[in-house]
Design a protein around this ligand. Structure first.
Ligand code: FES
Ligand SMILES: [Fe+2]
Length: 371
């Protein structure tokens, strides 16, 4: 890929990738028999949980005259639109009742569908599959099942703990994602006495390799200049601690740390809400720190600090981005961001013209930067 890969041409319309699973909301925000309104990729959604506890997702617009279905009544099985009382099956979106019809009127109501989306629960989150925009006239078509199951955090023992964090970011999904994979902001944005200071900045060298629809920072021993890793090495009593970090389209960053029988895994997503808003969700699973009474709380506190520092930075950045300044991506620190745009282009290209996915990396690469 050319070195002057333009950031400009990518960001203004912040194209969103359809045909993938996205995190919609934390599962504990959804109660049986209740509806929640949300938005993913500029699609208004109503998400609910039926009587059996099963989550579902419908387009938040009645196929009759567009009334938001979230304004309707939900009996735990069907949603009744608040405008003319049409009823829809919560899972399939299939129409079950049109109250205005008289006996002789033979309209086949089971041919009518409210838009519905595949919906699954994973690791304390409700995920929704947002398909590629379908043909017009979707009011008469049943939605297709998702081609793949929703992503899941890998776990390496039977017992583990799980926690999540979520924050709204006032920027496009692209800036959210490249901010996430940016190694050079650490010493400036994430300073804390117990983590690292600006003075701890030093040269780093990391190996990357292409993986399907993404790239991997190959297994390495994490940077020795941070206190938590020193602690971890002591605690796990393991000589080797290895970390693998993957990024995979459309928005998945997964990190796995293993030290002897202990492990920590996280799956972070940056989800497009609109073209100018996104949301970061960090979900982590681990079997570490079980002996520390406040282990999970401590971990959550540390993560919350980081996410808040990132959120605040992006809030300020969005001020600067308002008037379309000239931007640049430099080597090697911004190379992962270039790969991200390359991967996204390849995906859009494949969706548009068919053919093979043209991965922007041809093989392993070593990057060097100071952070
Ligand atoms: S708009 Fe929903 S029933 Fe008419
Ligand atoms: Fe950060």
């Amino acid at each position: 890929m050319p070195d002057d890969f333009p950031l400009q041409s990518q960001t203004p319309d912040a194209l969103m990738l359809f045909g993938f699973w996205y995190r919609a909301l934390p599962a504990n925000q959804l109660h049986r028999g209740q509806l929640a309104k949300t938005m993913l990729l500029e699609q208004p959604l109503v998400i609910g949980r039926d009587q059996q506890g099963q989550a579902f997702a419908l387009r938040d617009a009645c196929p009759h005259r567009g009334m938001p279905l979230s304004c309707g009544q939900f009996d735990g099985q069907q949603i009744e639109c608040s405008y003319h009382g049409w009823k829809f099956d919560a899972h399939s979106g299939q129409c079950r009742l049109i109250p205005s019809l008289v006996a002789e009127q033979t309209l086949k109501i089971d041919r009518i569908y409210a838009g519905s989306y595949p919906c699954e629960e994973r690791d304390d989150f409700v995920w929704v599959f947002i398909p590629d925009p379908g043909p017009a006239g979707a009011g008469f078509s049943k939605s297709a099942p998702a081609p793949v199951p929703a992503p899941e955090i890998p776990k390496f023992s039977k017992r583990y703990k799980l926690a999540y964090l979520t924050a709204d970011l006032p920027c496009s999904v692209d800036h959210g994602i490249i901010g996430l994979m940016d190694p050079a902001h650490g010493p400036f944005v994430h300073q804390a006495w117990w983590w690292r200071t600006q003075k701890s900045i030093h040269e780093k060298q990391k190996n990357f390799e292409p993986i399907p629809y993404g790239f991997r920072m190959s297994a390495h021993t994490p940077s020795s200049n941070s206190a938590p890793y020193k602690l971890l090495r002591l605690y796990a009593d393991a000589d080797s601690i290895s970390t693998t970090i993957d990024f995979v389209l459309p928005n998945l960053r997964s990190e796995i740390i293993r030290a002897g029988k202990y492990w920590f895994a996280s799956l972070t997503t940056v989800t497009p809400i609109t073209r100018t808003q996104c949301r970061i969700d960090v979900v982590a699973a681990w079997n570490l720190f079980r002996w520390i009474p406040f282990g999970p709380e401590l971990l959550k506190f540390v993560f919350a600090k980081f996410v808040e520092q990132d959120r605040r930075t992006m809030e300020l950045q969005s001020e600067g981005l308002k008037h379309n300044p000239h931007l640049m991506l430099i080597d090697d620190a911004d190379r992962p961001a270039k790969w991200y745009f390359g991967l996204k282009n390849a995906m859009l290209e494949m969706k548009k013209n068919g053919g093979e996915f043209r991965h922007p990396m041809s093989g392993p690469v070593t990057l060097r930067w100071r952070s």
